[in-house]
Design a protein around this ligand. Structure first.
Ligand SMILES: Cc1cc2nc3c(=O)[nH]c(=O)nc-3n(C[C@H](O)[C@H](O)[C@H](O)COP(=O)(O)OP(=O)(O)OC[C@H]3O[C@@H](n4cnc5c(N)ncnc54)[C@H](O)[C@@H]3O)c2cc1C
Length: 393
């Protein structure tokens, strides 16, 4: 089992990289710890930008996603103040500001494309090994070694370019790469809810002293809820009966969509900001959530990860096999992604810190800030461009 390019982690970012490489005629091997289809039941909502939609269209994935809900407007407000800002797609001649879909549906669509590619005899090949866990990655100046477990057997693989896209969960120490972590001491509770009023394609982002709460339109009448706050305030929400939970959500979020009428399974996870410095080592590039994990407040995580995959694929296409993973290749990749990633990290961190505290006086400034921002059309257009297309937008 070998290839000049080995991708460790077959989540959406790793698989999109594999598809793009295939389109450009380059072979690769993907190593995925889980079984095929294990993620189809993951209902996590992803908010995708226009640029992400374009990339998924190019990969032939977009039209196969079973359900996509467009976001026509984003309503940003702050609890306890009158300041608010509304961003509307129609004001910027856009079909939508973004799109909401489930992680499981995205993985299903990706797998469909992969199986069609496998059926055709093509110049390039994607070889996927499911139930295969990468346990250690050792980069050196000639290649990268991957130590893997497959069917109870240990194996070692060497490759000119290893791409780590494991979501940041498994591999801790890679020589020469430092992980910087910032714990917020906050958790996010996510679930689907239904409300009395139709969503009309409006996404709500509400900043409260407890933490931001987002409602994304997802499906005909439902919303995906992301309710964040200090761990001690969020974890007990899991224990409440559905009725009490819905009543507390109404009290916390306010009356914009009426009362909440239904809730599906609630899950909770810790929030952190975490990134690698640098994101490369000799013959190794780290992409997606493995390279940077953001607070979900601005829905940027997958979008930034997809741009990592896209730009890496573009660079691979321009590089001869002998130069894959060499110093100049790594420098070019790092330079091309640094600004976009840092902007995404700083923006989400700013939103969390500025809007989620109770410091006396800040409330008025925030309220004024949102009101002013609403009146400043160029500022809104700039924000929408950056959120849609990243730092190069
Ligand atoms: C609740 C929640 C809400 C979110 N909302 C949004 C949003 O609205 N918009 C947005 O853009 N982003 C959002 N994100 C972030 C988004 O889910 C991630 O950015 C995205 O999943 C990253 O994709 P990835 O492929 O890098 O990592 P992952 O999706 O984590 O995939 C990693 C893959 O690697 C595999 N793997 C792990 N370890 C190993 C190993 N050792 N060997 C082999 N394979 C391995 C895993 O099984 C998995 O398939 C959200 C995240 C969460 C948790």
């Amino acid at each position: 089992m070998t290839s000049p390019i080995v991708i460790a982690g077959g989540g959406p970012v790793g698989m999109c990289l594999a598809l793009r490489l295939f389109q450009s005629g380059r072979d690769c091997v993907v190593l995925e710890a889980k079984a095929q289809g294990a993620y189809y039941q993951d209902h996590r909502a992803l908010a995708l930008s226009q640029a992400s939609k374009l990339m998924l269209e190019n990969l032939d994935v977009w039209s196969r996603i079973p359900a996509v809900t467009p976001i026509n407007s984003i309503h940003v407000s702050q609890k306890g103040s009158f300041g608010r800002s509304v961003l509307r797609a129609s004001d910027y001649d856009m079909a939508a500001l973004g799109y909401v879909l489930s992680y499981g549906h995205l993985m299903q669509a990706i797998d469909q494309v992969l199986s069609e590619y496998a059926d055709k005899s093509q110049a390039a090949k994607i070889t996927i090994h499911y139930d295969t866990e990468v346990q250690q990655i050792i980069p050196n100046n000639r290649n990268t070694e991957l130590h893997i477990q497959q069917g109870g057997q240990a194996q070692t693989l060497t490759t000119a370019l290893a791409v780590l896209a494991d979501g940041g969960r498994s591999l801790k120490d890679i020589p020469g790469i430092e992980r910087i972590n910032k714990e917020y001491g906050h958790h996010a509770l996510v679930c689907k809810v239904a409300a009395e009023l139709a969503h009309d394609g409006i996404a709500y982002e509400r900043f409260t002293p407890m933490g931001p709460v987002a409602l994304l339109p997802n499906g005909e009448r439902e919303f995906s809820l992301v309710w964040t706050g200090e761990t001690a305030g969020i974890e007990p929400l899991l224990e409440l009966s559905d009725d009490v939970f819905l009543a507390q959500l109404h009290q916390h979020f306010g009356d914009r969509v009426g009362r909440f009428t239904q809730v599906q399974k609630r899950i909770c996870f810790p929030l952190k900001l975490s990134y690698l410095s640098p994101v490369t080592a000799p013959h190794l590039v780290v992409i997606g959530n493995a390279a940077q994990t953001m607070h979900p407040v601005a829905g940027q995580g997958f979008n930034v990860g997809l741009r990592d995959a896209w730009e890496l694929a573009e660079l691979i296409m321009q590089t001869d096999e002998v130069n894959l993973g060499a110093a100049s290749f790594l420098q070019t990749y790092q330079a091309s992604r640094q600004q976009d990633t840092q902007r995404g990290l700083k923006f989400t961190d700013f939103l969390v810190r500025f809007f989620s505290n109770d410091i006396a006086g800040l409330g008025g400034i925030r309220s004024l800030g949102l009101g002013l921002f609403d009146a400043l059309t160029p500022a809104k257009a700039h924000l929408i461009r950056k959120m849609s297309f990243g730092s190069k937008g």
